[in-house]
Design a protein around this ligand. Structure first.
Ligand code: CTP
Length: 434
């Protein structure tokens, strides 16, 4: 019996998929079809898959050509599958020609001609809404949104407005977006989603303007130092049924959700201490201290909760600039200490100590792909990790995409009380600063 194997995502099942399965079956007597699993696709950066794994399997099954369907769950699985299923030939469309030649040591390689004029990508583009992202910034850095948005179905950063002509020029040289605006009302008009990436002092007005004109907003937090201003923005977004979302990518990354699951689910016992430090020195950015602080406060609120009993702040300034600040929070059963350095350097790290284990994220923990779990009495350190390219912006945009398609404006990655409390704490730090 000649056994054949072929693989694919088979999203939005189309005639090209049908043809390749039919012809693959004709190459032998028994056909094994590998359908890519969701985690595997996410890991390799394919975030635009529309159909669930169950639907994609069902569609392959319905053709009647597959004798066996398996799920492709990780990179490098193919060799193991060829051995496991005792495969004689590997079939794939000729768009992959040359990419799998290393498998020819294990079985025959057959590249079949692709059906012309159709692909899942094309169907996705035709079938689903397209969202144009407009960026408002005052320095020439896109935070990788241009590249990352392209990885999510239906999203593209197309428009840019910058109130500093020199920076606008630089931005355009770096990212060459199709449309450049020197009037932000025009940019807002031309976009469906506005990404606000400018200094804190300008954010509130830009966000308000974008919401008033009916556009969804992603913004670098904090939106403002004043809780009443944030409340205004939240109210406006609700009235207009618009998404208002902080750019805090960490909470959209798989490994952080594992960490949350462990800490919130009691897997490291009762939490005694939350400790984190962050530092960065960038003189071109004013108030960078507050940008960094938002990133640290959110995980604390998620892990320790919103109900701290007491907070005090120590702020060290050099002229107008905050060089260092320490924020200390007393919770009923534990403590949280957050150190943020600007000119004064602190080592980046996040540590959560529980009665039954300690979690550590080293280095740039806010974009970390892994954390360590130390369990008392065990010498072994368990490593939890996830692999992805880029800075994770695509996961935030994917969350937005899901919210838009489900017609939901509240994010469950960052709850409203958490957004509010970040600004409330920063408002207090601002008072301590002066
Ligand atoms: N295929 C084909 N003809 C097409 C499209 C796909 O023969 N017009 C084949 C591919 O070469 C592959 C299999 O179908 O062997 C599964 O491909 P998949 O990547 O799932 O489909 P695409 O339509 O190429 O998806 P995408 O646009 O997301 O890359």
């Amino acid at each position: 019996m000649k056994k054949i194997i072929t693989y694919g995502t088979f999203d939005l099942f189309h005639i090209g998929h049908y043809n390749i399965l039919k012809r693959a079956k004709e190459q032998g007597d028994y056909l094994v079809v590998g359908v890519t699993g969701e985690n595997y696709d996410i890991g390799r950066g394919k975030l635009n898959v529309h159909d669930s794994l169950a639907t994609r399997i069902e569609n392959v099954e319905k053709t009647g050509f597959a004798d066996e369907i398996i799920v492709e769950e990780y990179l490098g699985q193919k060799i193991g599958d060829i051995v496991k299923y005792d495969i004689d030939a590997f079939v794939i469309g000729d768009d992959w020609r040359g990419k799998f030649d290393h498998l020819s040591r294990y079985c025959d390689m057959i590249y079949l001609e692709r059906t012309k004029g159709i692909s899942s990508t094309q169907i996705r583009e035709e079938k689903f809404n397209q969202y144009d992202i407009g960026i408002i910034c005052d320095f020439a850095d896109d935070n990788q949104i241009v590249k990352e948005a392209k990885l999510v179905n239906g999203f593209e950063a197309k428009n840019i407005y910058c109130d500093n002509p020199e920076e606008l020029n630089l931005f355009q040289k770096k990212y060459s977006l199709p449309n450049v605006f020197d009037d932000y009302n025009e940019l807002i008009d031309a976009s469906d989603i506005i990404y606000i990436r400018c200094s804190i002092e300008k954010r509130f007005n830009f966000i308000k303007r974008a919401l008033k004109l009916g556009k969804h907003v992603i913004y670098d937090p904090p939106a403002t130092f004043k809780t009443y201003e944030l409340e205004k923005l939240m109210k406006l977004a609700k009235e207009k049924n618009l998404i208002l979302m902080e750019n805090i990518k960490m909470v959209h990354i798989y490994v952080f959700n594992q960490l949350l699951w462990m800490t919130q689910g009691g897997l490291i016992g009762d939490i005694l201490s939350f400790n984190c430090s962050i530092s960065k020195n960038d003189e071109t950015r004013s108030n960078l201290f507050y940008d960094l602080s938002s990133l640290t406060i959110l995980p604390m609120l998620k892990i320790m909760g919103q109900n701290y009993e007491k907070a005090d702040f120590q702020v060290k300034k050099d002229g107008d600039n905050i060089e260092f600040a320490s924020m200390n929070f007393v919770y009923p059963n534990g403590r949280a200490i957050i150190n943020v350095g600007n000119e004064i350097r602190v080592d980046n790290q996040l540590e959560i100590i529980g009665t039954e284990g300690t979690i550590r994220m080293k280095g740039d923990w806010w974009r970390s792909k892994s954390f360590e779990l130390h369990t008392p009495g065990s010498k072994d350190v368990q490593l939890y990790n996830t692999n992805f390219e880029g800075n994770g912006f695509k996961y935030l945009i994917r969350e937005m995409s899901r919210m838009l398609s489900n017609n939901r404006i509240d994010s469950r990655s960052i709850f409203e009380d958490e957004s509010f409390n970040i600004v409330k704490i920063l408002e207090q730090v601002k008072k301590a600063e002066n």
